[in-house]
Design a protein around this ligand. Sequence first.
Ligand SMILES: O=C(O)C1=C[C@@H](OP(=O)(O)O)[C@@H](O)[C@H](O)C1
Ligand SMILES: C=C(OP(=O)(O)O)C(=O)O
Length: 429
Amino acid sequence: MKNVTLQTNITSLRGTVSIPGDKSISHRSIMFGALAEGETIISNFLAGADCLSTIACFRKLGVAIEEDGPLTRVFGGGMNGLVQPEQLLDVGNSGTTIRLMLGILAGRPFEATLAGDSSIAKRPMTRVVKPLRQMGAIVEGKNNGEFAPLTIRGGKLQGITYELPVASAQIKSAILLAGLQAEGETAVIEPTRTRDHTERMIVQFGGRVERDGNTIKVKGNQSFKAAHIDVPGDISSAAFFMVAAAITKDSEVKLVNVGLNPTRTGIIDCLKQMGANIEVEPVKSDGEPVGNIIVRSSSLKGIEISGELIPRLIDELPIIALLATQAEGETVIKDAAELKVKETNRIDTVAKELSSLGADITPTDDGLIINGGVTLHGGTVSSHGDHRIGMMLAVAGLIARSEMNLLDASAIEVSYPQFFEHLSELIHS
Ligand SMILES: O=C(O)C1=C[C@@H](OP(=O)(O)O)[C@@H](O)[C@H](O)C1
Ligand SMILES: C=C(OP(=O)(O)O)C(=O)O
């Protein structure tokens, strides 16, 4: 529960940040490395608390994983290499870990129990438990499997065709990971395109996956070969500095090595639509698309953010809400009810914390309405244990007119342990 006094009312932000590895891709590189045959070598792995939880879970499943300076090595024993864990699998604060691991464990012929922190205990799990049960896994947990702790006994699975009730890469990935181990074919139909890192990684590890419109299909009984994965910088982490540069005066920030997978670049589209001064320089890469992003102080206008754009910037909505407080006119965020089931109810926590700093922000059933052009003042705010809320509030501090204290700042370690260090390197006061 580290509390920090934030730097407020700064003059400008200038410099370059090399953005740490993408959280979604880091999780998946460990998972596929564990299921593949041989030594997988990962560079730029994100050593944030969530991804370290994934490593700890796979070690308990018998997989050797070495953190070797800048490289992470996973010694996979193939699909049948996982062994029944002797202890509970602790996913910490990570929704991606628990949901994707359920998909993997659904196909394994042993029992395992997964649990996490108090936030994980409140996040909905029926969304993955239901399709996995349909495929043949046995899952037990509180409220008929809605909440962790969850005990899963996997085994012989049958492929299914499943229409996702919400646009979620975690549900899609859990079903695909089970489908890769099932008899026959598994098809997942997504209502709107979501991040496709799992599909890309299936191919990188020598597997097969097909996409036809919004339907993704995998054949069962596949096996994987070890791979080299170079994890790009996390655009969801870069977003905090993009917004920070846009809303502060005399600023110019360059973010290097950022993942530019089109299923994740909604924040760039949103900044452009709001009138931000932003440039993107693509950089050659073998795997996921990567580039550098340069953002300068901007004069911004309010927009509507809704529909298919939402899954492409879902984790950036807290920092976009702050951006909107500095734009002229109204910003309406809708179709984003999924924000209610993240680490916190992000509609409520964003509205509560930004209102306490003087923002004009109203929570709705599926988003937020923000009237911009407001000067923020200081005060005591809290991350509520949610890393993205913590980083958004630290960025709000940069433009706050009086002292600001952030409670529970340590939550930021979930996705960006070097956040304060990188921020202070940019500050010119
Ligand atoms: O698949 C992933 O790595 C993630 C998917 C998203 O969640 P949902 O699938 O619940 O939308 C996102 O919010 C989360 O931070 C990471
Ligand atoms: C929602 C998030 O992650 P997860 O679902 O993995 O906890 C996030 O990182 O914003």
